[in-house]
Design a protein around this ligand. Structure first.
Ligand code: AMP
Length: 579
């Protein structure tokens, strides 16, 4: 039996480990989670803390905790920890040893070998330091591979043709974009560009700034003077940011944030996705500029790209996916968990080295876009049935997404919610699969907020609800087998189109008039069938001989029903063999 080779994503913020066993990818849990914080610390009795436990004490005991050690790899430095100090590779080795141990516990056997990923821009010294960290952890590092290469492998384990893949990786504190070329067994990074100090933490910081300004304006106090209040704001900002990835609006509430002049200050602020997107736009511009540079460095045009692959937790932000699609004209792929796909790719590389068969990852995704309609601009004009996608094609399922809608005139009492499947900007060109009406809305000016939520489960059941934000009044429907229905309807529509085409066949009457008499047609059919006998495989040949015989027998007996049946059977067989 081959040695197990685990795949490790040794990240700045979090690390993950995966393995392929019996052709199947398996993620390894470390303390009930797939993400292990890349933190190492000592507790008050100098006991070692790794992962979540070390992360937990970071705010209270920064002097006894080390994080983001990846940023120091390859440097000739000593990092103080307790009363001693350690090299970056030694600290990393502690993280790797914990991952190795978790794999051994889950697999029930010793693990000695690993593939470890590093950023494409890592220098030789940084790669060597990573290798040394593995050795110190008791692992033979069979290969160091680039993170974008691993991500591409997770999506395209079996890459036969040449493919160009753009890997957009935006994590908590780093950003990279790489262009990867895959060709048979060779995967190479053609170009890589990024910013080592840009990530989701910066997005959080923008929200924190806004919250600070809000408290200052309302209460004349700056939370920045109170580290505990700032820590709470940072946490609340990150939570709000993540909520806005699936909801159009979120409420940030922190009771007793500060002691004010007139009693405790309770924070309660609504943040809309639209406002948040406006805040982060300059940061997104910077990442898209890096995409352009990477493409230029790879000497590729936008049209040369076959795929965009999303890596890093921050790529769950819908606006990022939208901007990439606008720029590159391709729908980015994020169906493999963007936090885990690098570890998965490393495990796939390990399996390939170990000589194991690996199939591509299978993730449940929705094959269709679901949405609703609203008044908006279409081709420069106001149009009542603009399609507003809510759950987009290729989203991993189960999935829940919400959008905010607004009443369009004062005192609007009801809204019709129509549910569509399709991609066309004009909802009426898509397939309507359900509708409902929410009535009795409050008598308020136009702009009354209605939140509509779509939830699609793994069985293709779509649940749609609309809620008046002001009162919580709610209406909903459930659409069974939303995806299967579309397939049926698509098939029906396709059949109609084909039928329509056949009926519009201008030459048909002439051809029919010129058609040979029935007997001659049967003779031709038999002749064509006999022509196929020589090259048919034994099974098909037997079928052909049987069908020819049956038609001949029926013709001889002049049995009209039998002739019709035999003729049809032979024609079917020919259709199948000749196509
Ligand atoms: P990573 O370094 O790849 O683990 O990414 C971590 C970053 O992703 C952090 O900044 C998280 O706040 C961010 N993140 C995680 N989930 C989401 C989400 N649903 N929407 C936006 N950002 C997210």
């Amino acid at each position: 039996m081959n040695d197990i080779i685990i795949g490790i994503d040794l990240g700045t913020t979090n690390s993950e480990v995966a393995v392929v066993r019996g052709g199947r990818l398996q993620l390894i849990e470390v303390e009930d989670a797939y993400l292990m914080p890349s933190a190492v610390g000592l507790d008050e009795q100098d006991g070692l803390l790794v992962g979540q436990a070390a992360r937990n004490q970071l705010a209270l005991h920064p002097e006894r905790t080390v994080r983001s050690i990846k940023r120091r790899m390859g440097e000739d430095v000593k990092i103080p920890l307790g009363d001693r100090s350690y090299t970056p590779q030694e600290i990393s080795a502690v993280i790797l040893a914990r991952l190795k141990q978790a794999a051994e516990v889950q697999l029930g056997e010793p693990v000695r070998k690993a593939v470890i990923t590093v950023p494409a821009y890592f220098s030789d010294a940084q790669r060597q330091a990573t290798r040394d960290a593995g050795t110190l952890a008791g692992l033979e590092v069979v290969r160091i591979i680039n993170e974008p290469t691993a991500a591409a492998l997770a999506y395209e384990a079996d890459h036969a043709q040449r493919r160009h893949i753009l890997v957009y990786d935006l994590g908590g504190g780093t950003f990279d974009v790489s262009v990867v070329r895959m060709e048979q067994d060779v995967v190479e990074v053609l170009a890589s560009h990024g910013n080592n100090h840009l990530g989701g933490d910066d997005f959080d910081a923008l929200i924190v700034d806004q919250l600070r300004a809000h408290v200052k304006d309302d209460h004349g106090l700056d939370p920045a003077d109170d580290p505990r209040a700032m820590a709470r704001l940072r946490h609340a900002a990150e939570t709000a940011k993540m909520e806005l990835s699936s909801a159009p609006i979120t409420r940030i509430e922190e009771a007793y944030l500060l002691e004010g002049r007139h009693g405790p200050i309770n924070l309660s602020v609504d943040l809309t996705r639209a406002d948040y997107e406006q805040m982060i736009e300059p940061l997104l511009d910077e990442t898209l500029e890096a995409v352009r540079i990477a493409l230029e460095d790879a000497e590729l045009a936008v049209n040369d790209l076959d795929e965009i692959v999303l890596v890093g937790g921050t790529t769950r932000t819908p606006r990022i996916q939208q901007r990439l699609q606008e720029l590159l004209g391709l729908q980015p792929r994020g169906e493999i968990d963007p936090d885990l796909c690098v570890a998965m790719g490393a495990a796939i590389q390990g399996a390939v080295i170990a000589g194991e068969q690996v199939a591509s990852m299978l993730v449940d995704v929705t094959p269709y876009t679901f949405g609703t309609s609203a008044i908006a601009e279409l081709n420069g004009e106001r149009y009542p049935y603009c399609f507003i996608p809510v759950i987009r094609k290729n989203a991993p399922i189960p999935v829940t997404r919400s959008e905010a809608f607004f009443t369009s005139y004062d005192g609007q009492e009801a809204i019709d919610v129509r549910v569509f499947q399709g991609e066309d900007p004009d909802a009426l060109n898509n397939t309507q699969i359900g509708s409902f009406r929410i009535e009795g809305l409050s008598d308020v000016p136009a702009g009354n907020v209605i939140i509509t939520t779509f939830s699609l489960d793994v069985n293709g059941i779509l649940h749609v609800s609309s809620v008046e934000k002001l009162t919580g009044k709610r209406k909903e429907i459930t659409i069974d087998s939303a995806t299967a229905r579309f397939e049926r309807e698509e098939m029906g529509a396709a059949q109609e189109r084909v039928q329509d085409l056949i009926e519009r066949d201008a030459d048909a009457p002439a051809r029919q008039a010129a058609a040979s008499p029935a007997g001659q047609r049967d003779a031709e059919l038999i002749e064509r069938a006999e022509g196929l006998l020589e090259h048919a495989n034994p099974e098909d040949r037997e079928d052909l001989v049987d069908a020819i015989e049956q038609l001949r027998d029926a013709l001889q007996q002049e049995d009209a029903t039998a002739i019709e049946a035999a003729r049809e059977a032979l024609a079917d067989l020919l259709f199948y063999l000749e196509s």
